[in-house]
Write a protein that binds this ligand. Structure first.
Ligand SMILES: NC(=O)C1=CN([C@@H]2O[C@H](COP(=O)(O)OP(=O)(O)OC[C@H]3O[C@@H](n4cnc5c(N)ncnc54)[C@H](O)[C@@H]3O)[C@@H](O)[C@H]2O)C=CC1
Ligand SMILES: O=C(O)C(=O)COP(=O)(O)O
Length: 546
């Protein structure tokens, strides 16, 4: 079997990105696949890279048979990817959100200026043998009000450039910070104010259920007569039939569009063929420079994701900056191991439904992102008892689907917040345990761990203090504390050639009950485990694989 992953590149990608991919994986560049062909091919692929021209539908994820781990969108908009289906299938979606920002902004400005001066129409006219100087008198931009709808990366760059053209800029974006707008001399205003006062409107928001057809008959009616509209965002944010009506009524004097609800638009589209409309075939990101940048950005993200690194540009998983990730790494392992341990302590037959994770830390709650830790506890809880592959993408979904409610609690410590966490505790309520001592006084299975010298360690089982590193396999054993017991257990394992890697003893008081924790490299046979159980002082014991 080929150990290299296979990456299907379904749309043209810059060479530098392809080279990066080829250094790591088998790369299949197959362009213009039909939906059926894509579904057939996908079961042989670990990753898929697309631009805006490929629909990555639920069927694609269903057809992948669980092999598809990453979808890379070589660009910004991910409205062509069924994110819910990706998440349900544990497939990470990453995009390349920065490399084409300037290209899209420059295209917005190109359309704005070309529209105002009838460049496309005049060009077509002269090539048709005409010389129509009075027909193509334009309008000036200087001193006019431009409303930037969506003040994100592209919107901001458009605003900067339009300012340099002498325009007055207002912006509408319910989620953008006002100080970022003020910093470049832009006022954030309400939607209605923006569309009612603008001479020019430029669209830069994503296509979402909330923005779908946001420019519709009702909103065109609120606009200044003679307004001009630029769209390099997504066709679907405009009700295209309503725009034709607004153009015919003279409410909208002109429109310049790079994007359409259906791409390519039908040849007889009234909108595309309207004499006051300038169109380009979704060229916003199409500069040599942007495509090289996007290709590298997406290739690096996809390769990183296939290597199991957490992508900084993940769309359907929490984005974890790399410095946070490095800091949390041992705690991530700790969280998963505690989940694995806790679920294996549950007696067969009792369903896990209420899990509480407690983080003890000197950090303020908003200074510690626990989503990653919660996902890893979930992975630890679910993977030993099912065939589901759980990752950061599908952890919450999978837990919910299995009826597991995971609540989180923070215990804030006094002291230095230098260390992200002091301890993580996992409690499972309403269950019985295979190891009764794991049930705490409050009635839940409880395990707690800490990171010491970078190594995750188990520090509490039930109400017993223990101290063992969380690796390999563990035997937990409760006995009456007495001399000779460690030797007895050690020799049973020795006879079986099972290597004991560590041992710790936690007791309530001398010669009372104690919990012995043994780390073993191999799994002891059933007979050996039975022999341990038969030692008279041993009250109960359990073998746990980490
Ligand atoms: N034509 C082309 O080739 C290209 C198109 N795009 C499209 O441009 C758009 C913007 O891209 P970026 O600036 O990179 O994304 P971004 O995520 O940086 O910015 C989008 C902004 O829209 C805002 N927004 C969300 N809902 C809104 C609403 N209801 N009203 C107003 N604002 C809202 C967000 O708060 C955000 O600030 C996307 O739709 C993207 O797909 C981007 C690159 C190239
Ligand atoms: O990045 C985006 O959102 C774009 O619209 C660019 O799309 P494209 O990669 O050129 O198909």
């Amino acid at each position: 079997m080929d150990a290299k992953p296979t990456i299907l590149v379904a749309e043209k990608l810059g060479e530098a990105g392809l080279d990066l991919l080829k250094g790591f994986a088998n790369v299949d560049c197959s362009y213009n696949l039909s939906p059926e062909e894509l579904c057939t091919k996908i079961s042989l692929c670990d990753a898929l890279i697309v631009r805006s021209g490929t629909k990555v539908s639920r069927e694609v994820f269903e057809s992948s048979g669980g092999r598809l781990k990453v979808v890379g969108r070589a660009g910004v908009g991910i409205d062509n990817v069924d994110l819910a289906a990706a998440t349900e299938h544990g497939c990470l979606v990453v995009n390349a959100p920065t490399a084409n920002t300037v290209a899209a902004a420059e295209h917005g400005i190109a359309l704005l200026t070309a529209m105002a001066r009838n460049v496309a129409q005049a060009d077509a006219s002269i090539k048709a043998g005409k010389w129509q100087r009075s027909k193509y008198v334009g309008v000036s931009l200087v001193g006019k009000t431009l409303a930037v709808m969506g003040f994100g990366k592209v919107g901001t760059e458009v605003a900067r450039r339009a300012k340099a053209l002498g325009m007055h800029i207002i912006a509408h974006d319910p989620y953008a910070p006002a100080d970022r707008a003020h910093a470049i001399g832009v006022d954030l205003v309400s939607f209605d104010e923006a569309i009612a006062t603008a001479d020019f409107i430029t669209l830069h928001m994503p296509l979402t259920p909330a923005t779908s057809k946001i420019l519709n008959d009702e909103n065109f009616a609120k606009m200044k007569k003679g307004v001009r509209i630029v769209n390099v965002a997504r066709g679907g944010v405009i009700d295209e039939d309503a725009l034709v009506r607004a153009l015919d009524a003279g409410i909208v004097a002109q429109a310049a569009l790079d994007v359409f609800t259906i791409e390519p638009p039908p040849q007889d589209s009234k909108l595309v063929n309207h004499e006051n409309v300038t169109v380009t075939p979704h060229l916003g990101a199409s500069t040599t420079e942007a495509q090289e940048g996007v290709a590298i950005e997406i290739a690096a993200a996809v390769v990183g994701a296939l290597r199991g690194e957490l992508a900084a540009t993940a769309v359907n998983a929490p984005m974890v900056p790399s410095e946070v990730l490095t800091e949390l790494k041992p705690y991530v392992t700790l969280a998963e191991k505690l989940g694995r341990l806790a679920v294996q302590l549950v007696a067969g037959g009792s369903g896990v439904n209420a899990v509480k994770v407690t983080y003890t830390s000197a950090r303020a709650p908003d200074d510690l992102d626990t989503r990653l830790l919660r996902a890893m506890v979930t992975k630890g809880l679910i993977e030993p008892i099912s065939s589901v592959f759980v990752n950061l993408v599908n952890a919450d979904f999978t837990a919910k689907q299995r009826g597991i409610r995971i609540s989180e609690e923070r215990v804030i410590l006094d002291g230095s917040p230098q260390k992200p966490l002091e301890a993580i505790r996992v409690q499972i309520a309403n269950v019985e345990s295979r190891f009764a001592s794991a049930i705490s006084d409050s009635g839940e299975i409880k395990v707690e761990g800490r990171v010491k010298d970078g190594i995750p360690r188990l520090t509490k089982v039930g109400d017993y203090g223990v101290d063992v590193s969380l690796e390999g396999n563990i035997i937990l054993c409760r006995q009456v504390d007495q001399p000779g017991l460690i030797g007895a257990v050690g020799s049973i394992l020795g006879e079986e050639n099972v290597n004991v890697s560590f041992m710790s003893m936690g007791r309530t008081a001398p010669r009372k009950q104690a919990i012995m924790t043994l780390g073993v490299d191999e799994k002891p046979s059933k007979e050996a485990l039975k022999k341990i159980g038969d030692i008279p002082a041993v009250e109960e014991f359990v073998f746990l694989a980490l």
